[in-house]
Design a protein around this ligand. Sequence first.
Ligand SMILES: [Zn+2]
Length: 509
Amino acid sequence: MARYGKFARMLVPAFAIGASLSAWAADEAQEFSSMQMTGVEPVEVQVDLEGAVQRLSKAVQFPTISNQDRSDFDEQAFKDYHQFIVDSYPLVHKTLKREVVGDPRPFSLLYTWEGKDPSLPPAIFMAHQDVVPIAEDSRDQWLVEPFSGAIKDGYIWGRGVLDDKNQIHAILEAAEMKLKEGFQPSRTIMFVFGHDEEVGGPEGAKVAADIIEQRGYDKIAFVLDESAPLTPGIFPGIRDNTALIGIAQKGYVSLELAIHAVGGHSSMPPEESNIVALAKAVTKVEEAQFPFKIHDAVRYQVRFMGPELPEAQQPMYQAVAYGNNDTMTELEQAFIEAMATNPVTRAMLRTTTAVTMFNAGVKDNVLPPAATAVVNFRPMPGDTPEVIIAHVKNVINDERITVRDISASTPATNVADPHGKGYQLLEKTIRQTWGNDLIVSPFFVIGGTDSKHFQSRPFAQDVYTITGIQLESTTEFEGFHGVNERILVEEYGRSIGFFYTLMDNLEAL
Ligand SMILES: [Zn+2]
């Protein structure tokens, strides 16, 4: 997944709102003032920081890599990591039910912390064990060994320390602390720690979602998974520290385009070679972009973030925040034009089309008998694989070219409620942990994480995504899938406090 895949660095926000908003016409005078929660009292949580840091450092040392080539999988690294987790959190393993799940490879962890009141719908905390590989050509830019788990200059360093073992261990540290105090949650809390998030989660999180759904819960009340960490300036145009809470995620579809025709000797070429025929087809697909539309999650984001943005653009943000999906006003059109100037915000407005692979030919004097290409789409709601395949075939209009879905495709997800109690308790917990001097806003995630396997199903649509840790700057954020991945020791302590406080606050959901 590209570095910005998991969440958008948004230049300008926007999206289309659901039924609850459809009654709000843009030309009706709507109150458009700050939606930020104020006056939340800080909560101090005492953490065994030294012990916790040692454990996270050790966790980073297990090379639980997800390679694109799925046959290249280090089972032992996962087994050793699992044993380390069991040994490190004795109370968690004494009290919670632990299951190792996944198909065909069972390396995901599902924990169930039985609540006092079985009638309450459960909550789920998610994170993932796997990490992306170290790109060979970036190795010399690392200031430490990527899998050393070095603790140096006030930071914990290494692959996975920010994406996403920090979140696994902050959750486990918080649970261990709560258990030591004799706490039992009212509602059942499950932990889902996937083993293949970085390749879409088809073996791990998807199977965990199947298992939990089959257990007959009518509804999951609250799901929390990773996304953007708190970072100043992560939202362009806003220099303030910002906490973005993902409320919806795009889908994922990859199509293979192929041509199988006559090859031959390059001394006697046909009028059109297979490579050229396929190149023409992918060119047509790239040129036929899907239309722009404003997703509900974008409208929600603008509703929360718009009032914090410059005065001059307030009418535009107001029109988007309270617009409806049946009509497009001039102000909404202007918003789309502004968003479309940047690849990140543009991706929030439509099903994207990206030609990612092209393979043909093995020798300079041989015309290859076949050529294949792959196009990756990130669908908006409604653009199902069937819709996309029909669009592609129609655009190519060439019977020689076959089109097939090669992905473990997922649809765009439902939208979590940004006005509901789940969002509010999350914002409260963020402010209890990091104070009131920051902007909290919902946003539309243009990539996706393991939680999409829950959020795309009706029984678990209230999924909120945020990586509960504070970064110093956008530079530090570059460690996500990049080099010198690191987090501040101090902030890791606060992250544990965040999950500890969240477990308390969930009592009031
Ligand atoms: Zn991640």
